[in-house]
Design a protein around this ligand. Structure first.
Ligand SMILES: *[C@@H]1O[C@H](CO)[C@@H](O)[C@H](O)[C@H]1NC(C)=O
Ligand SMILES: *[C@@H]1O[C@H](CO)[C@@H](O)[C@H](O)[C@H]1NC(C)=O
Ligand SMILES: *[C@@H]1O[C@H](CO)[C@@H](O)[C@H](O)[C@H]1NC(C)=O
Ligand SMILES: *[C@@H]1O[C@H](CO)[C@@H](O)[C@H](O)[C@H]1NC(C)=O
Ligand SMILES: *[C@@H]1O[C@H](CO)[C@@H](O)[C@H](O)[C@H]1NC(C)=O
Length: 393
């Protein structure tokens, strides 16, 4: 569940003068608050803090009297903006019904609808059009526990100022990260013992991350000594990769040959696997395939992949085999970048956060669930395709 500091009222009072901080906390607090409200109705936690926090911010600084004056000042000008004619406009709104609007918003005039958003923090003052010094074009998320802080610190430094940094915390520790300067401009989302795909489904809705050309959804145990994100993007664009990952340093623990780094190559899109593993040279795991530990999506590919992520399948096993469904001509547009490569350190992290059950070790329970999810996902995909095709033909 969410870190209480982000949720509770005291979390806001701790930084009465730091409105930037507050607005980030509001964002996270509201979203998490909403989710917790929906999922754990009995949890004894405050839900929506937005109104309360804004009032707190104003009252701390200006007193209730000043709030009154502010209202007195702005109300007449809003009210008389259209003067006499506003009444006429108001009556007309009963006639507005636009079926083509997003579902639920049919009664709004289309020009007022903003169906997409972004993750850029804004200022609480000044001209809104001047809020951003730089609008980042790429997003990178890491799902982290504080124990991996040094690894994440090293990884974040490989991403330039053109990247929005977003941390998904599974251990409830968020404020500790402020020892790193970059943490203060990062977006922090906290929910205990949740996985990367759980967070991605809930906090990376395609309409929210639409301003990013590429989205990196990464694990926390990757060694990035030979990786540079800007260079990586250049190669992905050059080779037209919609879904990709950096090559993995060869090691005996590698599961799939496709994701192994090839020396002297920029990018590869296919491989020869062990005998019998590939039914077709254009299909996974011989082509159209990357793993889910360090996946990079284009905006369009993510728009599709997000829809495929199942709410109850949190480990994402089997997703890698299905990603190709999101890309036309997948064997040419899914690939591995060899010249920017990483090391999969394979540190057991979230896997150790399971629960001891029936005398089984926690990691065993997690592994069993991973396998079970994979099977469920395969079955659902097969059923869905069968249902569609039999209806169509
Ligand atoms: C706001 O307006 C009301 C009525 O118009 C007035 O009584 C009140 O004193 C005003 N408050 C301030 C702070 O100007
Ligand atoms: C009000 O409506 C009249 C007639 O429709 C128009 O001439 C006038 O400019 C409008 N005034 C404002 C403030 O919109
Ligand atoms: C509002 O408009 C009507 C006619 O359109 C006019 O007679 C009236 O004086 C206007 N009132 C104000 C406050 O402008
Ligand atoms: C607008 O609404 C007012 C009160 O609700 C009503 O008196 C008036 O006749 C309406 N005007 C039009 C043009 O529908
Ligand atoms: C960030 O993006 C801008 C615009 O594309 C580019 O000029 C700049 O070199 C990038 N920064 C880095 C560190 O690559």
């Amino acid at each position: 569940m969410a870190k209480p500091g982000n949720m509770g009222h005291s979390g806001f009072l701790r930084y009465p003068n730091d409105c930037m901080r507050i607005i980030i906390n509001i964002f996270v607090g509201v979203v998490i608050g909403f989710f917790i409200g929906v999922s754990f109705p009995t949890a004894n936690m405050p839900k929506l803090h937005l109104a309360g926090s804004i009032t707190t911010c104003i009252e701390d600084k200006n007193s209730a009297f000043a709030t009154q004056a502010l209202l007195n000042h702005t109300w007449p000008s809003i009210h008389s903006h259209n003067g006499n004619n506003s009444t006429v406009h108001y009556n007309d709104t009963s006639k507005i019904y636009v079926p083509k609007n997003p579902r639920g918003a049919e009664r709004l005039p289309p020009n007022i609808i903003v169906s997409k958003s972004d993750l850029y923090p804004r200022r609480l003052w000044g001209n809104p059009s001047e809020d951003f010094q730089i609008q980042q074009k790429y997003l990178v998320t890491f799902t982290v526990g504080y124990d991996q802080k040094n690894n994440i610190d090293a990884a974040v430094k490989k991403f330039s100022e053109n990247f929005t940094i977003m941390l998904f915390h599974y251990d409830g520790r968020t404020s500790e990260w402020d020892e790193f300067e970059w943490s203060k401009r990062a977006i922090h989302v906290s929910a205990r013992k949740q996985t990367k795909w759980w967070f991605a489904k809930r906090f990376l809705h395609p309409d929210i991350v639409d301003s990013y050309e590429f989205i990196f959804i990464w694990d926390e145990d990757l060694g990035v000594e030979h990786f540079d994100a800007e260079e990586y993007i250049k190669l992905v664009k050059k080779h037209g990769l919609e879904i990709s990952q950096p090559g993995l340093q060869p090691s005996k623990d590698l599961t799939w040959l496709m994701t192994m780094r090839r020396e002297g190559s920029e990018v590869h899109k296919e491989t020869k696997e062990k005998h019998g593993r590939c039914s077709d040279p254009h299909l996974p795991p011989c082509a159209a395939f990357v793993e889910i530990m360090a996946t990079v999506f284009s905006r369009d590919a993510w728009r599709c992949a997000w829809h495929m992520i199942q709410n109850d399948l949190v480990h994402g096993w089997g997703l890698d085999f299905a990603l190709r469904r999101c890309v036309e001509g997948a064997h040419e547009r899914i690939g591995v970048v060899d010249s920017q490569w990483i090391v999969h350190q394979g540190i057991p992290t979230l896997g150790n956060q399971g629960q001891k059950q029936n005398g089984k070790q926690p990691w065993k329970g997690v592994q069993d669930r991973c396998r079970k999810e994979w099977k469920m996902f395969q079955d659902r995909m097969a059923d869905a395709e069968k249902a569609y095709i039999s209806k169509r033909w």
